[in-house]
Each structure stands twice: as C-alpha cells, then as structure tokens.
Ligand binder design. Structure first.
Ligand SMILES: Cc1cc2nc3c(=O)[nH]c(=O)nc-3n(C[C@H](O)[C@H](O)[C@H](O)COP(=O)(O)OP(=O)(O)OC[C@H]3O[C@@H](n4cnc5c(N)ncnc54)[C@H](O)[C@@H]3O)c2cc1C
Length: 394
C-alpha cells in the first residue's frame, strides 16, 4: 500500500490533520480535494488588477487564544491587522460597531446625551448588550432606540442573510452582534486579528509541503469511498487497491452517505467581484447594507488585507442565496432543532465505522471560525494517533 491515511478536503481541517500525522507519526498521507485548488474556503489568488482576492468571501484570522497565533506562525509570516467597518442606514454611512458615537451621529448631540445617560444607568457595569436586552427595557426612549436598530439594521440584514422572515429567526442569531455601551471602536472583539502576509493559499501550500503528503486536486473522493457493515470499516478504493486505513472526511457529512436521510440545509452566497481603475471604492474594508435590495455586504480587498496597490481596486458584493448541491457552495449551516436532529442521524451512521473520522465545518455541521476549526482538527488528529497506535475504538 502506498498510503497510511486518506484525507478528504484541503481546508484548515484536512490540511492540519495531514501535516500533523505526517510530522508526528511519519505517516504517508493522500489528501484529495474536489476543487481545482487547495486551501478550502480560505483560497485566495491575485486578480488581473494585481490585487489578492479571496474567492469564497473575506477572511481574517480572529481569536482570543495566543496559542492559535503561535500555531499559524509556524507555517507563514502573519501580521496583526485591525479591520474596520461601516453600515449604510437611510443612505448615510455610520461607523460600526453600534456604540455611543453611532448614537451621536444618528440623533445629534442633544438627543444623544440624554439617551446615552439613560443607557449608562440602565446597564451599569455591562460592556455590551444584545438588542433584545434593549427592547426589554421599561424606558420608552431606550425601547424606541432598540426598535430603530431592529427595523433599519438587525431585522432586514438577518432576514436577507438567512432567507427567512424575522418571526422564524432564532434570537441567538441576532444576539450575536451586540451594542457597545461605550466609545469602543473595535469592530472585531477578539484579542488577536491577523492576516497572512503572502496570502492564505501560500500558507496552505506551506502546511501541505511535506514529502509525506500527496495532494490530488480536482478529485471528488465520494466515488472512491464505500462502507462494509460486516467489518465496520470505511473503505477507500484507489489505483486498484482497497484501503481500510484511517479515512478523515472534512466534506459535507450528508453527502458522504448520499443524503440518505435528506439534505442538511445551508445558506450560500453569490459573490460578485468588480474591479476599478481608481484608488479607493469605500473608506473601510467592510460596508454592510441592511436596506439594499438583494445584497448584504461590500468588501474592498486591498483594505481587508493591507495591500499596497495604487490606482486600482477590487471589491466583492455578497448576495445571500439558498444552497443547492452541485450549483453553489455550502457556506453557513442553518442551525435549528430539526436540522441538528438530522445531523445526529448522519453522525450515528458515521460512528459505525471505526476507521472513519468526520470533522470540519461541513463534517460537524457547525459554524467554525478558523481558530475553532484549528482546535477541532488538532483534537481529531490526537484521536487518530491513538487509533493508529491502538486500532480499536470503544
Ligand atoms: C463567507 C465566509 C467568511 C468567513 N470569514 C471568516 C473569517 O473572517 N474568520 C474566520 O476565522 N472564519 C471565517 N469563516 C469560516 C471559515 O471559512 C472556516 O472556519 C473554515 O473554512 C473551516 O475549514 P474547514 O477545513 O473545516 O472547511 P473548508 O474550508 O470548507 O474545507 C473543506 C474542503 O473539503 C473539500 N471537499 C468537500 N467535499 C469533498 C469531496 N467529496 N471530495 C474532495 N474534497 C471535498 C471542499 O472543496 C473544501 O476545500 C468564514 C466563512 C464564510 C462562509
């Protein structure tokens, strides 16, 4: 046999597991990727204007953990970078996050002074509150402010993003973006925010750069995988040989089992790129458009990743849409009770095969930021190490 381990997917999950198994156990890894490039959703490339753009939407690494920063720095040079953002409300731009400065810009100094005083008293000792906490306040003026935020931003943005009416929306989705009870200007609240100096694809090339790792792109793994219920093994057929070694799958778990219980729903994005022969499209990397028809956000790439390119710029516009298998990308799992119950069925199915390890945002059907994807990949890699040394899981 040519390989000791088979991995499906070259995003954070698959690439990290591949590298760690190669380094720690000296295993020979075959890693398959169905797209024509590595790096999963973090893939970036230089466009015709000389600007590095991220094909599957804007990414910067954000985390509260110093060890994550140390980990990524093993494979590339990263630099700290604070991303800023604005929102357009009633044709006027306001700086995000929503904070006291926003109140002053929106209402003017006089009304703002009174409202800020009321908020200070109502939420003494708190740094940020959800819009629902604002709506639940007994003070009429505070509630009116919360209603304005909901009507002009939270509700239209979220229902466009998720494609469902507000009544059907889980409160937790809206509660994620909080109001800052201060002048706090940090759009991203995590302690560390980094970008790879030479881009994400270069970073992934470095992770996968090991003589123990063989990468095959434009190779859908599914036709090569089958299951043997008698032995409780997942099998992988490759170049005339049948492997029953550890198989790590980081693609959609429902597709692994031919969506036998039904498809797990995702939200997708149609990301349209536009380039211009002028220096600047907008003064910050992100502008969100809650009230616009069809799209939610515009990103200017050279500002997102600190690229020094003059007189040219490239933006992308995000149009949320329904995910359809083979047509667009599964971006955001739609987390609700029904979908989680469906996911559990697939998880139980996967657990039947002792050499099968399913993980990643598509395998676990979870929204992972990159730091969480790294943490999960490292923990699955440890499980695989134990399995390889003692090949029977209880
Ligand atoms: C628009 C958007 C913006 C984001 N921005 C940020 C951000 O700023 N910061 C942050 O921390 N996180 C961000 N994230 C989250 C980030 O993208 C994930 O954390 C990351 O993609 C997780 O990596 P992964 O390896 O689990 O999945 P992926 O990157 O999706 O990798 C899975 C890989 O498996 C491949 N694959 C699937 N099925 C098969 C098959 N049958 N055969 C072969 N290959 C297959 C896929 O092609 C893909 O390359 C963002 C997500 C989205 C959608």
């Amino acid at each position: 046999m040519k390989y000791d381990v088979i991995i499906v997917g070259t995003g954070f999950s698959g690439s990290i597991i591949a590298r760690k198994l190669a380094d720690n156990l000296n295993l020979r890894v075959l890693i398959l990727e169905k797209r024509n490039h590595i790096a999963g959703n973090m893939y970036d490339k230089v466009d015709e204007k000389g600007i590095r753009v991220q094909q599957y939407g804007p990414h910067t690494l954000i985390t509260d953990h110093a060890w994550i920063v140390d980990f990524i720095k093993q494979y590339a040079v990263w630099e700290p970078w604070d991303v800023t953002a604005k929102v357009e409300i009633d044709n006027k731009l306001y700086t995000l996050p929503f904070n006291y400065q926003f109140i002053r810009e929106y209402y003017g100094e006089k009304k703002a002074k009174n409202l800020i005083e009321k908020l200070e008293n109502a939420y003494e000792g708190k740094e940020r509150v959800t819009v629902f906490e604002i709506l639940d306040n007994p003070d009429e003026e505070i509630v009116e402010f919360g209603e304005m935020l909901c009507q002009k931003d939270y509700f239209p943005y979220s229902s466009k993003q998720w494609g469902i009416p507000m009544e059907a929306m889980d409160r937790s989705v809206i509660s994620r973006v909080k109001f800052a009870l201060s002048e706090d200007k940090r759009y991203i609240q995590q302690r560390y925010q980094y970008i790879p100096v030479n881009g994400f694809t270069d970073f992934f090339n470095n992770i996968l750069n090991s003589e123990k790792i063989t990468v095959k792109t434009e190779e859908d793994a599914l036709p090569h995988i089958r299951f043997d219920d008698k032995t409780g093994k997942a099998l992988f057929e490759w170049e005339g040989e049948i492997y029953n070694c550890p198989i790590i799958f980081t693609g959609p778990i429902d597709e692994l089992f031919n969506t036998c219980y039904g498809a797990l729903p995702y939200r997708s994005l149609d990301i349209k790129f536009k380039s211009f022969d002028f220096d600047s499209y907008q003064d910050v990397p992100f502008v969100s458009y809650p009230q616009a028809e069809g799209y939610t956000r515009i990103v200017e790439y050279k500002k997102l990743t600190n690229q020094n390119v003059k007189d040219k710029t490239t933006i992308s516009i995000e149009y949320p849409q329904q995910y359809v298998q083979h047509v667009n990308q599964p971006y955001y799992p739609i987390i609700n009770e029904e979908n989680l119950a469906l996911y559990e069925k697939y998880k139980r199915q996967a657990d039947k095969y002792d050499n099968l390890f399913v993980c990643g945002r598509l395998g676990d059907y979870k929204y992972y930021n990159m730091d969480a994807a790294i943490e999960r990949a490292l923990s699955v890699e440890k499980e695989i190490e134990e399995f390889v040394e003692q090949p029977k899981r209880v």
